[in-house]
Design a protein around this ligand. Structure first.
Ligand code: HEM
Length: 181
């Protein structure tokens, strides 16, 4: 028999205020905390044509100096009809005292990425430091991800990709709005 185990006693928060208090190293990224949703467009030389997609992104914290990151996207057809699920990612963005972000991001397509970058003036600019691939994953060599808070409730996202023999270039761009309640 097992002794009863108490519930995990700490909570994740999408807010900069309230409990738990945000760690002081998160100060440069507090504007990201919350849930975001919006639309984007994408393409790549190896893909037939452009595509439209919708995306939800959340950033949370538990009082320690990292963000929990989750994103999921789906392809859109005419009149915003959902066509099928697209990329999902989750990870951790570690904030260093020198303002550098070290991000660990994984995808169910067999890609695990370490990205490093700087936060400045409402922009977080992350570039790949290393990529690990499962044996059957597409050959991703690197990415560049740029998140810009154009105002407190709008997050612009640009994603460049070097993969399947192609040099680093545009794959995605999106505009997300903060989800309220
Ligand atoms: C909003 C997120 C994303 C969306 C909507 C998206 C969408 C797509 C689509 C529609 C394709 C064409 C193949 C297919 O139909 O499945 C594709 C291919 C691909 N994507 Fe993405 N993608 C996203 C994020 C990413 C990320 C984060 C990475 C890498 C870190 C990535 C890497 C790739 C690669 C390597 C291919 C294959 C290219 C090829 O083999 O020709 N994608 N993506």
């Amino acid at each position: 028999m097992f002794d009863p185990v108490p519930e995990y006693p700490y909570r994740d928060s999408e807010r900069a205020d309230g409990a738990p208090a945000a760690h002081e190293l998160l100060t440069p990224v507090l504007g990201l905390l919350g849930s975001w949703h919006g639309r984007g467009r994408g393409g790549y030389p190896t893909i037939d044509g452009e595509f439209a997609y919708a995306q939800e992104v959340t950033f949370q914290h538990d009082g320690r100096p990292f963000l929990r990151y989750d994103a999921r996207a789906w392809l859109l057809g005419e009149d915003d009809t959902p066509l099928r699920p697209a990329a999902r990612e989750s990870g951790w963005w570690r904030l260093r005292p020198d303002g550098i972000v070290e991000a660990l991001i994984t995808q169910p397509t067999g890609i695990a990425e370490i990205a490093v970058g700087r936060v400045g003036d409402g922009t977080i600019d992350l570039a790949t430091d290393s990529v690990a691939l499962t044996p059957t994953a597409k050959k991703v060599e690197g990415t560049r991800r740029c998140y810009t808070l154009t105002d407190a409730d709008t997050l612009a996202f640009e994603h460049d990709l070097a993969a399947v023999g192609q040099p680093l270039q545009h794959h995605l761009s999106a505009r997300l709005r903060r989800r309220t309640a």
